[in-house]
Ligand binder design. Structure first.
Ligand code: ATP
Ligand code: MG
Length: 260
């Protein structure tokens, strides 16, 4: 295990192409062990692309720069190796998987064999308001938008990685279920512990910032045109975005309102 206080994620000068088009340009991002960061940005600025690149999906081609995870360069590692090293993600648009039951998927995420649904899986489902019959349904097939989000969080809970990425966990989720998801994210990320005792880290993409009512991140970033355009105190950054929009927030951060 890496020594306490080391960077869990260190992205240096990252440039990424998708389908021959440059989406991320010279991006730098550093997340310390135990920290949770939140990422804002307009539609299409490259937020999901960043997460998919961190997880190593082959369609996302790193043209320049490096990604270090727990001080190890993982830029060329396949996705399954990154997951083994302790990364996990809840997707914005996860696929429907015909023929694979949610219960089996969760069992696999927990490192258990397919077959009978484990009691612990049923318990986790209850915590997320996912009835046991859902565990017998094909992954995401016919799930409502909110059910898809909770199914994603369930799989992540089961996997319990050290570094968790959440792509819009609050989009399309009703108020009560956001609270449920937020509380579980808090628990999973150990936010109830004092900062020096927190071992898991996270990166959360949100548009509305609703999730920040339940989980208090350490730092916020605004992404514009494939770059981190400004960073600052999460509540301050969110307030500026709501009041003045993304572009103005960048300027205000530049004028130190968001500086620590
Ligand atoms: N596989 C792909 N093929 C072609 N273009 C892609 C692909 N994936 C992403 N893009 C393009 O990259 C840009 C960034 O997309 P991305 O999904 O990262 O945006 P985002 O910031 O997550 O937006 P949103 O807030 O709408 O989720 C978009 O213009 C998108 O169309
Ligand atoms: Mg996205």
């Amino acid at each position: 295990m890496a020594p306490a206080g080391c960077k869990i994620l260190d992205i240096k000068d990252l440039t990424v192409e998708v389908e021959g088009k440059e989406i991320i340009t010279d991006l730098n991002l550093c997340i310390e062990r135990g920290e949770v960061h939140v990422l804002f940005g307009p539609n299409g600025c490259g937020k999901t692309t960043l997460l998919m690149t961190i997880l190593g999906f082959p369609a996302y081609k790193v043209k320049k720069g490096r990604i270090l995870f727990k001080d190890v360069d993982i830029t060329d590692l396949p996705t399954n190796e990154r997951v083994k090293q302790g990364m996990g993600m809840s997707f914005q648009h996860p696929p429907e998987i015909r023929g694979v039951k949610l219960g089996d998927m969760v069992n696999i995420a927990m490192g258990r064999k397919e077959g009978k649904i484990d009691e612990r899986v049923v318990e986790l489902g209850k915590m997320l308001n996912i009835p046991v019959e859902f565990l017998n349904r094909d992954v995401n097939l016919g799930f409502s938008g909110g059910e898809v989000k909770r199914s994603e969080i369930l799989q992540l809970l089961a996997q319990t990685p050290d570094f968790l990425m959440f792509d819009e966990p609050d989009s399309g989720v009703d108020v009560e279920n956001i609270e449920l998801i937020g509380d579980l994210m808090n628990e999973l990320l150990g936010r109830e512990k004092i900062p020096s005792k927190r071992e898991r880290s996270g990166l959360i993409i949100t548009h509305s910032g609703f999730i920040m009512r339940y989980i208090k991140p350490d730092r916020a970033h605004v992404m514009l045109n494939g770059r981190i355009a400004c960073s600052g105190i999460p509540d301050e950054v969110a307030r500026h975005i709501i009041e003045e929009g993304f572009e103005r927030c960048v300027k205000v951060c530049g004028e130190k309102v968001c500086a620590e």
